[in-house]
Ligand binder design. Structure first.
Ligand SMILES: NC(=O)c1ccc[n+]([C@@H]2O[C@H](COP(=O)([O-])OP(=O)(O)OC[C@H]3O[C@@H](n4cnc5c(N)ncnc54)[C@H](O)[C@@H]3O)[C@@H](O)[C@H]2O)c1
Length: 267
């Protein structure tokens, strides 16, 4: 039996270019995108942070540079096709063709089909689903030209355990289908496509004024492990799927939720 391990060295991202959408975060908060960007940079990748909020994105670039990593900021809106085209040129000119793409942008969206307005519904689908289509469409030619790579989309357990966020759950369900379809379409280009489904993790996205200590405790205790997930937990899963350690994994949805979704609803 051969002891040759084809995944050996898979966690080394030196010489690789990674693009992380929504890679910024408020203040010194650690969002899923910022955590993934920091971990990719620590593993040696040159990272393009994409954010429409310049201050949030700049914060991540500065954090990476303070640690001795290499990153740059592209300020743009991933729902704009023009911005996505400019992102592709910016990335190739600045660092060369990307081989890692983390499609992280997503917004929360409460409501049912009865109490959401059609414009709001369209906006959620645009930000959470069409953005991944537009960014991928802009970057895949360069990735394929570089011999392939890895795309990791960020979904949510809301896709499989909906609760009062119908536009959001629907959009994240579409992200799972988009991931599987893209995995089939681009396997021949050497591009793997997977999705991470985070549970209720503690990130700036959920740190709103309505987030009371009681709700935070309830979110934590919703998991079988009864620990609070963070952006780092999501970032680690993202980096694993992007790495050579996951070279035989494509089209998969990885739930990272402390066991929220394995619990029986009857307790
Ligand atoms: N925090 C949770 O509990 C949780 C749970 C499940 C899934 N998620 C998913 O995680 C992802 C976000 O994670 P995060 O913590 O990095 O979020 P975040 O809210 O901190 O967002 C990161 C950045 O995205 C940027 N952004 C938003 N819309 C943009 C756009 N159209 N173009 C460019 N930039 C844009 C924001 O400016 C922000 O700086 C989302 O897809 C979200 O649905 C989060």
């Amino acid at each position: 039996m051969s002891r040759e391990d084809p995944t050996k060295g898979g966690s080394d991202f030196r010489g690789r270019v990674a693009v992380v959408t929504g890679g910024g975060a408020r203040g010194d908060g650690i969002g899923n995108g910022r955590a993934a960007a920091l971990l990719l940079a620590r593993a040696g990748a040159e990272v393009v942070i994409v954010d429409r909020n310049e201050e949030a994105g700049r914060g991540t670039v500065e954090m990476i540079e303070e640690e001795g990593g290499v990153a740059d900021l592209f300020v743009g809106d991933v729902t704009s096709d023009d911005d996505c085209s400019s992102l592709a040129s910016f990335t190739v000119d600045r660092f060369g063709p990307p081989t890692v793409l983390i499609n992280n942008v997503g917004i929360g969206a409460p409501g049912t089909v009865l109490d959401t307005e059609p414009d709001f519904w369209d906006r959620v689908m645009k930000v959470n689903v069409a953005s991944m289509y537009l960014v991928s469409r802009a970057l895949i030619p360069a990735m394929a030209g570089a011999g392939g790579g890895s795309i990791v989309n960020i979904g949510s357990i809301s896709a499989i355990r909906p609760k009062g966020l119908t536009p959001y759950s629907t959009s994240k369900g579409a992200v799972v289908s988009l991931t599987r379809a893209m995995a089939v379409d681009h396997a021949r280009d050497g591009i793997r496509v997977n999705v991470v489904l985070p549970g209720p993790v503690w990130t700036p996205m959920v740190q709103r004024p309505t987030m009371t200590p009681e709700i935070r405790e309830r979110r934590k205790n919703a998991s079988a492990l009864r620990i609070e997930g963070t952006g780092w937990d999501i970032g680690r899963a993202v980096v694993f799927l992007a790495s050579g350690h996951a070279r035989y994994i494509t089209g998969q949805a990885l739930v990272v939720d402390g066991g929220v979704t394995v619990l029986s609803p009857v307790r």
